[in-house]
Design a protein around this ligand. Sequence first.
Ligand code: DSN
Length: 427
Amino acid sequence: MITNDGQFIRQKVMEHNKWFEECIPMIASENLMSPLAKEILISDFADRYAEGLPGKRYYQGNIYVDEVEIRATELAKKLFESEFADVRPISGTVANMAVLFAFANPGDTITTCALAQGAHISTCEFGAFGQRAVRSVNYPFNVQDMNLDVDGTIKLLKKERPKIAQFGLSVFLFPPPIRELADTFSEIDCLVWEDCAHVLGLVAGGQFQKPFEDGVNIVSSSTHKTFPGPNHGIILGSNLTEEEEKKIQKAVFPGVTSSHHLHSMAALAMTLAEMQVFAKDYAVQTCRNARVLGESLYELGVPVLCPDLGFTRSHAIALDVSAFGGGKECAQLLEDANIICNKNMLPSDTSSVRPSGLRFGAQEMTRIGMKEDDMKMVAELVARVVRKKEDPKKVKEDVKAFKKGFTTIKYCFNEGEEAYRYHKLVE
Ligand code: DSN
């Protein structure tokens, strides 16, 4: 017997699933997992505990968990060309907390990007950086290029001499100029840390940036944005001493996790296996789609940032919709039309509640098989809502009809299976 509460919850999840089947998904931090990875989420791994590292656990029952975790670690090192990988952080923010625990003490200086320039909240005073009580100093930013001002950043690094120079954005349009800063990092002898959460799937496919070739020591990330894995985290490293690697492992456990969500870790392992085969094609198509989406919107009179730079080199584009009612209003109108995105601060904004921007990501649309021509169609649907102020309910019918053509998952082992197959478990 299911109570009314139980029925209510089941019903709401089912309605959500149905709704998303009929939506155009453009949140730049989301994606769809492959059916094989998703299947693992409801395996017995979800009901078990493991603490510590394979072979050195505090619980019995981890024979197969250990084998999967060892393989996941190997696959991660191979895919990202890193010397070190820890697949246990349970999210991107937890990965960031582990790096902070390992390498920063309260009062230490870390240089970062600012929130209004697209940084992640974990690097802010009211996020994980603040919780660790580090002193966070922001890089100068070139709004025109949506990237760091290299000369200003060199001056800042020399003045502040941070223990860690941290990079990474949540509106991550262009690769950070880490290579150009290499001499300065050597001169001041700091660790170089990049949060690659938004671009991890692109990095896996050799697009956007090669962090370790550029001189990054530590990459932290979530694994469910452009990287189409489960809600989980990862830390990668290169040119670290054995002692530094151990510090990360100890910071992950017992520092910021106990058990590390074994079903997610195993689903990550499956996605890592799939991405050895599919990452390049997926990443190339994602970047192409984002660029065409930017171009098409721009041609339709919706201001997209950085037209002179080709709008983006990642999966994401940023729109300035201040002339059309602002980010909050436009995001709501788009949701009413089944186009899902988020309002976003732009560098000139002071309010995160009423910002002037929208952020779109092309990764999930790519995952279900959309190509350049489809991006033109998506741009038209968006422009009808945002610029022409057509009734969203009318546009919604066209969105639903358009989405019917995209119901299967691409770039995975069982390519072509229904994208929403596992959603049907609750029908
Ligand atoms: N809040 C996420 C994003 O949308 O960028 C990152 O954690």
